[in-house]
Write a protein that binds this ligand. Structure first.
Ligand code: ATP
Ligand code: MG
Length: 575
């Protein structure tokens, strides 16, 4: 591709609206432009990268035996009413009507459509297992579209849906997809983790997310430094506590005056006790009522875990005024002794004694509180976020480290949720109707482009993994008016093309300094500088974007030199 004839509108300055590196660099390298909140156009350079990701995904899905289909983006409401999601999905679902005032939505995901398709087409157990996938534009009316391609409203997803006759077969299909995902992210040159994920409102049993590790990631993931256990913070379970179990001093519970003291830090400081000896009380509420959750002062509530524990919908933490209405006590002095709401305490408090908590009276706390003696032992459950350094629940040897991650893929065992609701059956060996089990498997194709940049950049621009680079080689012409240099560039361009290397030729009438800056931004793995004194010496300069190393290569040998280096880079990327 010739840069003089291609729309690559690079920007010198960082665009003000971009908060994360990938968004900045995608705008600066002229890969994308915004049309509206969370809605973008892909320009030629960006589209080349998007297509590379798409092709890797397609190849691995095909290799795994999935069949490619393309379903409509516009979906009739009736299907969503059948599955029950028309009323459940909420404001993320973009709904509209046609001229006949029939309800439709723009697909945020396709469980209903694929189930409708297969209930008409698959009749026999002999046609299972089957797995269908598509690479298609989705729309989700995200509350906060941000970070460019990381969280768009319109984005490109690969979604696959498997159908199996029984659990064992579903487990196998899931495993095949799990491995295909590992191959995909490896081939994309990404550092990633597969983590256990919360199965949330969709229901179902097993679920794993694939996260690209990057500081800007919106998720936090906990991984054991000893075994393979890794989980989204939403779900990560703490192992047994290592701190010395507190033994009771035998001292009686006491009421102490704590004027103006509210937060855990204030209480710990005022009473000169460590934060882990205090207990905090948090009121939560659902449609079924309110409860008080108890956590060690230095631990954080995990709202996802808590919401699964409580009956009813609409889990939330009421504001201070509402708490006062529910309990008759101000937030800062709330405590479990004499509380009227049901109590659930975190497992970390099971062996706690002599703790400090609110006295249910403004300006007072209780010290030396013990379960059984001063209040009944409450129900215990896993309520908290794990912390870095906490023990692993699986091997009980290793410890957690926490990383930030960008979720690029999600695999999920759905079971019979959709097949049952939408009455999809096949005839089994005995000739009886049987409801198949489903799995669903998503990849954020456009999000991968952004995640790859989050992981592969420096101060000057993008440093593409070779498999995703929009071009393998960029040729920089120092002066396009020099005939000899131009001819050399042309012949190199053609030779590399024959060897299936993609080349960007910067033949613009720009200063070489500008070309260098843009080449850094665009991030092709190798670049060749042609022109100036080098030509007279019969040499060109070959530079690596990865480490900045540069070397002079004889003009006659440069094509083979580049081909060899690229092949080496690609081979390295595949292992
Ligand atoms: P998130 O928690 O980031 O909102 P999700 O759990 O809603 O993701 P899924 O429904 O599992 O996502 O969708 C499959 C994949 O689609 C995700 O793993 C992610 O890579 C991608 N994806 C989801 N929402 C977006 C979005 N708003 N922009 C870009 N990609 C997205
Ligand atoms: Mg989402």
């Amino acid at each position: 591709m010739r840069l003089s004839q291609t729309l690559v509108p690079t920007l010198k300055e960082n665009p003000g609206e971009a908060q994360v590196v990938s968004h900045k660099l995608m705008l600066r390298a002229g890969m994308i432009r915004q049309l509206g909140a969370g809605i973008y156009s892909w320009l030629p350079l960006g589209l080349r990268v998007l297509r590379k990701v798409e092709n890797i995904v397609r190849e691995e899905m095909d290799r795994a035996g999935a069949q490619e289909v393309l379903m409509p983006a516009v979906q009739p409401a009736e299907l969503w009413k059948e599955s029950g999601r028309w009323s459940q999905y909420g404001a993320e679902l973009l709904r509209f009507q046609d001229r006949g005032e029939r309800d439709f939505c723009f697909g945020p995901t396709h469980e209903e459509v694929i189930t409708d398709l297969v209930r008409h087409e698959l009749r026999s157990y002999k046609q299972l297992p089957a797995n269908f996938y598509q690479i298609q534009t989705k729309f989700r009316d995200e509350v906060r579209p941000r970070f460019g391609m990381m969280r768009g409203r319109e984005f490109l997803m690969k979604d696959a849906y498997s159908f199996d006759l029984d659990q064992e077969s579903l487990d196998n299909s899931y495993q095949i997809m799990f491995q295909a995902y590992q191959a995909i992210f490896r081939r994309c040159g990404l550092t990633f983790r597969a983590v256990e994920a919360d199965t949330g409102a969709i229901g179902g049993s097993d679920s794993h997310e694939f996260h690209v590790l990057a500081g800007s990631g919106e998720d936090e993931i906990a991984s054991c430094d000893h075994c393979h256990y890794a989980a989204n913070l939403e779900k990560a379970v703490p192992g047994p506590l290592e701190e010395v179990a507190l033994t009771s001093s035998g001292a009686a519970m006491e009421r102490v005056e704590t004027p103006g003291i509210r937060t855990i830090e204030e209480v710990a400081g005022f009473l000169k006790v460590p934060a882990h000896q205090t207990v905090k009380s948090l009121v939560v509420e659902t449609s079924e009522g309110a409860a008080i959750l108890l956590l060690r002062g230095d631990h954080e509530l995990n709202e996802i875990k808590a919401s699964h524990l409580l009956e009813g919908e609409g889990f939330h933490l009421p504001d201070p005024a509402a708490v006062q209405k529910l309990t008759g006590v101000t937030v800062g002095s709330l405590g479990p002794v004499g509380a009227t709401l049901p109590l659930i305490a975190d497992y970390a408090l099971e062996n706690q004694t002599d703790f400090v908590c609110g006295a249910n009276q403004e300006g007072w706390h209780l010290t030396g509180v013990c379960w059984g003696r001063d209040l009944p032992r409450p129900r215990f459950a896993d309520l908290r976020n794990v912390r870095a350094g906490d023990r692993c629940p699986r091997c009980e040897t290793g410890h957690f480290s926490l990383d930030r991650g960008v979720e690029v893929g999600h695999v999920f065992k759905l079971g019979d949720k959709y097949t049952r609701a939408m009455k999809m059956t096949v005839l089994n060996k005995e000739g009886r109707e049987q409801t198949p089990l489903m799995g669903c498997y998503g990849i954020g194709v456009s999000r991968i482009v952004a995640a790859a940049i989050e992981q592969n950049h420096d101060d000057n621009g993008i440093v593409w993994p070779v498999s995703l680079a929009p071009f393998h080689v960029e040729i920089l012409l120092v002066n396009p008016k020099e005939t000899e240099a131009m001819e050399l560039a042309e012949s190199l361009y053609n030779r590399l093309g024959q060897a299936n290397l993609s080349t960007l030729l910067d033949d613009r009438r720009e200063r070489i300094g500008v070309k260098f800056k843009d080449a850094d931004l665009i991030g092709a793995p190798l670049r060749v500088v042609i022109g100036g004194r080098g030509i007279k010496e019969g040499m060109v300069e070959v530079q690596s974007r990865h480490d900045g190393a540069s070397q002079k290569v004889e003009i006659g040998a440069v094509a083979e030199h580049l081909i060899e280096r690229l092949q080496a880079l690609m081979a390295e990327a595949v292992v």
